[in-house]
Design a binder for this molecule. Sequence first.
Ligand code: KIV
Length: 325
Amino acid sequence: MPKPPLRSEPKPVGAAPGPAPAAPLAGRVTLRTLESWALEGKAFACLTCYDATTARWLERAGVPVLLVGDTAAEVILGFERTTDMPLEILLALTAAVRRGAPHALVMGDMPFLTYHASTGAALRNAGRFLTEGRADCVKIEADASFAPLVKSMTRAGIPVCAHVGSRPQLAGLRGGYGSAGRTADEAASIVGDALALERAGASLLLVEAVPPVVAAEILAQTRVPLIGIGAGPACDGQVLVLQDLVGMSDTPPRFAEPTGSLGAGLVDAARSWIDRVERRDIGGREYVLPPDEDRAFEQALRDSALSRRTPCGTRFWKRTRGGGT
Ligand code: KIV
């Protein structure tokens, strides 16, 4: 018997109305929340996030899903490849994001080789994202051959987001990052991967850098929420690397259109600070000594400068008090 349709027709794509007003998350976002949004045809936003302060601001803005991606290897740690991401650091970053965003759905991205060597190791590592990182689910890059692993994880109670299409952890094999699903065979095999992983129990799917028709076919054949990145506007959710969105990446991918200029904003703020420091105009409010303590301190400085005759004491006196003997 054919399955009932999962989703309503997606809301039509319209002209940009300008930034949505900030609407902080009302309650905890769960997998059920995403499922119901997908059913209603309400598209949801997801961004990568790697620290508590940014998580706090993104949650205030109302971003319901935060992905602690292995892109942290590049964006946070300065490596050239996501495959350099150490598990321990990503776990710590996941916990930080959770502390900053207690209501968002937090997804921990399992780094290269943390789920490939054996099912046991994969389960233990995935479990750590839930227990130590306080994540709601883990993401793994996968094709249909990972279906047994997804089944084991789901059986253990670990919600999985299966990432298909372009898979950055395969960059070494493929000779770099790039798109996927641009031949009929490859397109069909990505749709097959998504189906197999959903059947194995994946709670979410994510598809990266494929033509929109591939995402559309996954949407037509599967029922769990589908998050896209560079996969067209029809996906239930959309994710971008935060730094690509806010204008901090030097070479963002073609599908990531920046809507902010925080990089330029940082440069302006840093330049203004350099200027203020050089003009000795550091702003803010200074700490003060109460008047009697201030007099006592002055006296102590005079006494010690006189008794020790240290140039240092004299210099300090002149610099801070604007004179003296
Ligand atoms: O690690 C990451 O940031 C990701 C997104 C690009 C989907 O996997």
